[in-house]
Design a protein around this ligand. Structure first.
Ligand SMILES: Cc1ncc(COP(=O)(O)O)c(C=O)c1O
Length: 328
């Protein structure tokens, strides 16, 4: 199947969307991005994009930090994303990546006097973590970049060097995922996830002043815990040793979903198995993202008109068709 993306104001084959090696964002990390999941509901033959508008609103805020002008409003970019998924005819879980970046081919580190560029692509995407029984995590030596160095609320491409250092250190030490501390040695987050502890029946998670990326999954879980389970979330600084003695620990993220953490720094968390509150929250979260929880359908943007998912023959644009021919 041909895969399509949206680049430089038109839909085009993904294989043809290229940038030059002098591109500013490639050299200096001057871009912002989002990760959005599309979740395939086979019974309904529907692909649901989860909290689409919230992701594009966060992208718009990230772009303000990096002085990048998006090509359109969050609302229009939502429509573009639906159209892209439709053109690709996805009938499986996908990951959607909008990327706004300094596209000038220019040497010289700065944010000003550069042209902005925008790309949007989507790829089939299954599980992010291959640890069905729960994650074994390790605290790493790399500290999360402080907000005063790079604004951590913004999802900036360059900041992910920090995440990559952390994740690879964890991997090399035999862990599934890293836990990063802040510069003050409080718990911050994973390399691509926020973190929660269950302590005496409440959820505790680092507050936004702890240099976290304020996650959309984090927000969804806080709402689900409060409204479906009657469990409040306390947002505060969290010491590393509080994780060791917590009843349960889990991570949240668009890619990672709700991921139970069963071990940290070689210490079992709780019973060393997936805890009951984590299990319940994960179940609720899956119901919500696959459009199976009527109360949370407003979080789900359907890609296909109801009951009319495209057949294979309808979805492919004939090979050799010029990009301009499929622009729209
Ligand atoms: C560093 C970092 N923290 C947290 C998250 C979780 O954010 P969200 O739930 O919006 O995907 C992500 C993923 O986007 C991330 O990259």
């Amino acid at each position: 199947m041909n895969a399509y993306c949206y680049f430089r104001s038109q839909f085009m084959p993904l294989a043809e969307a290229k940038v030059g090696i002098v591109t500013h964002a490639l050299n200096y990390g001057t871009g912002c991005f989002e990760g959005i999941r599309g979740n395939w509901n086979a019974e309904q033959q529907q692909l649901y994009l989860f909290r689409l508008r919230d992701h594009f609103e966060r992208l718009a805020r990230s772009c303000r930090v990096l002085k990048i002008q998006l090509p359109d409003s969050p609302e229009a970019l939502c429509e573009l994303t639906v159209e892209l998924c439709r053109r690709n005819g996805f009938r499986e879980d996908v990951y959607v990546r909008p990327l706004a970046f300094k596209g000038s081919e220019a040497i010289g580190v700065r944010l000003h006097d550069l042209q902005d560029d925008f790309a949007l692509f989507a790829v089939p995407f299954g599980n992010y973590h291959e640890a069905p029984d729960g994650l074994r995590c390790g605290t790493v030596s790399w500290r999360r970049v402080p907000d005063l160095a790079i604004p951590t609320r913004a999802k900036v491409t360059g900041i992910y060097v920090n995440s990559a250092l952390a994740r690879t250190e964890a991997h090399e030490h035999g862990y599934d995922e890293a836990i990063m501390l802040t510069k003050d040695d409080y718990v911050c987050e994973g390399s691509g996830e926020n973190i929660f502890a269950v302590i005496r029946g409440q959820l505790v998670t680092p507050d936004p002043s702890q240099d976290i990326l304020v996650g959309i999954t984090r927000d969804s879980v806080i709402q689900l815990a409060r409204d479906e389970l009657g469990i409040p979330t306390i947002e505060r600084s969290l010491a590393r040793n509080e994780l060791y003695v917590a009843d349960e620990v889990f991570m949240t993220g668009t890619a990672a979903h709700v991921s139970p953490v069963i071990e940290i720094d070689h210490r079992p968390i709780g019973t060393g198995a997936i805890g009951p509150i984590t299990a319940r929250l994960r179940e609720l979260y899956f119901q919500a993202i696959y459009g199976r929880h009527p109360k949370y359908l407003h979080w789900c943007t359907p890609v296909y008109p109801a009951h009319t998912a495209l057949s294979a023959s309808e979805r492919d644009v004939p090979a050799g068709m010029a990009a301009a021919d499929i622009a729209g």
